[in-house]
Write a protein that binds this ligand. Structure first.
Ligand SMILES: Cc1ncc(COP(=O)(O)O)c(C=O)c1O
Length: 446
């Protein structure tokens, strides 16, 4: 999003205020041009013929986004059987999907085997069971290199105390199991955690992974995971992908020479590909001035965007209804019955109730972490591609909130009837105007 002739604009001249009007708020909007820019950047940085970028769909799992990434040439990184299925629905072939679960049952892993996807195992117990059941199904092994990377302890997953991966000190145990069941290890993997700041820390982890890799003679690929940091603020630091690309490319070529075969280098970025592509548009319900603070209360909360509360993550905020005029300092908060502060002391152009605010970096781990807390609907999602906007997920409705509830009909109070006129459901549907629905038709509606 950028400012053009005094107005905020998305790619191809799409006006975000028009989207807020057309689809209602709160609203997630994603630009394909940013996804492509980031995908191309990665490809340019790692100058290898055999390079595979498996998009980590936990970041943003809308099927239209997955289809777009597949059209660019990406594979898919998944962590649950449901993500595997979503990937298949989006058109990925089983061999384009890698499944990297943690602490799931062997039954779930068996389902993934039936679907024919690549399996990445991250503990010795499951490796043993897997070898017993499927000795001839090739596996990848997730190694924990014991390095500390990650912007927050909740997203640092490659250190010694982490539940993820098999410690590289346990490589002899891996060999024992592999040998006992005559297994084929086709890949070696690590994922150190999000927000890598220092390239050398990553390279240290990579070095350990390559040391482990050279002990396995049937490899097809080495997967370095992800954790590339993106900027959140103006002039924020980000992983220097170009420098990392240069260093890893050289080292990997050297490794393949000594290994005796050209292997595929894999990565599985989520945030790097989609974070900056997303904007979350919300409407200001209330401007509330207290004796110490000016709050802007918006029609959303931690139910739709939990990262600031969960990870202390920073999302830049702009008042896109006004690009000029005086600024004031606001604390932007949600409507949830707990403290759900999106940003403290943010300098924004003066807010009037009804103005639209945009949260930046809303492509990764935002919609996928959204919930129905406080019985709120999850927002709609819109994709902006080549100057046009496409609704790619509808806003939820009251039906979605009650769909799976079972009326056990044993209590004495008024029965919960979902179908009779005047009942709970129909009453609530009458009040749909409480969410900001579109009011006017625009050119692209007709
Ligand atoms: C195994 C694995 N791979 C890839 C990713 C993607 O990480 P990021 O979004 O930081 O690129 C994650 C994120 O948690 C992960 O757990």
């Amino acid at each position: 999003m950028h400012i053009e002739n005094g107005r905020y604009m998305l790619e191809g001249g799409v006006d975000p205020l028009r989207l807020a009007e057309k689809y209602g708020c709160p609203l997630y909007v994603y630009e394909t041009s940013t996804i492509k820019r980031q995908y191309d950047r990665l490809h340019r940085a790692f100058r290898l013929k055999k390079l595979k970028i498996n998009y980590a769909c936990k970041a943003l799992n809308n099927i239209s986004v997955l289809k777009y990434l597949r059209s660019l040439g990406a594979g898919l990184d998944t962590v649950s059987i449901q993500e595997v299925r979503i990937g298949l629905i989006a058109g990925f072939k089983p061999e384009e999907i890698i499944y990297t679960p943690n602490c799931v049952s062997i039954e779930e892993i068996s389902m993934a085997v039936e679907l024919g996807v690549k399996i990445n195992i991250d503990n010795l117990s499951i490796l043993e069971q897997f070898g017993h059941l499927y000795p001839h199904y090739p596996v990848c092994i997730r190694i924990n290199p014991h390095i500390m990377a990650g912007g927050n302890t909740k997203i640092s997953v490659g250190h010694i105390d982490s539940k993820f991966g098999i410690s590289f000190h346990q490589t002899p145990h891996i060999h024992r199991i592999v040998k006992a069941h005559d297994m084929v290890v086709e890949g070696i993997h690590m994922h150190t955690g999000s927000d890598i700041l220092d390239i050398d820390v990553f390279l240290q982890g990579a070095e350990i992974l390559l040391q482990v890799a050279e002990e396995f003679k049937d490899l097809q690929y080495v997967d370095f995971g992800s954790g590339f940091k993106v900027p959140y603020k103006e002039d924020d630091i980000e992983t220097d992908i170009e420098e990392l690309g240069e260093k890893i490319t050289d080292r990997f070529r050297q490794f393949c020479d000594s290994y005796g075969r050209e292997l595929t280098l894999m990565f599985e970025p989520g945030k790097f590909l989609v974070s900056e592509a997303g904007f979350f548009l919300v409407r200001v319900n209330v401007v509330k001035q207290t004796t110490s603070t000016v709050f802007a209360g918006v029609d959303s909360g931690l139910n739709h965007l939990i990262r600031p509360m969960l990870y202390d993550s920073y999302h830049r905020i702009a008042n896109i209804s006004k690009t000029e005029g005086r600024s004031r300092i606001y604390t932007v908060v949600g409507y949830i019955c707990e403290t759900d502060t999106f940003g403290v002391n943010r300098k924004l152009t003066e807010i009037s109730e009804g103005d639209i605010l945009a949260f930046y970096n809303a492509g990764a781990y935002c919609y996928t972490m959204a919930s129905n807390y406080n019985s709120r609907y999850r927002p709609a999602e819109v994709l902006v591609h080549e100057g046009r906007d496409y609704l790619i997920r509808e806003r939820e409705t009251m039906e979605d909130l009650v769909r799976n509830q079972v009326n056990i009909d044993i209590f004495r109070n008024e029965p919960l009837s979902l179908n009779a006129p005047g009942d709970v459901l129909s009453e609530s549907l009458k009040h749909r105007e409480f969410i900001h629905m579109p009011t006017k038709k625009t050119e692209q509606d007709v």
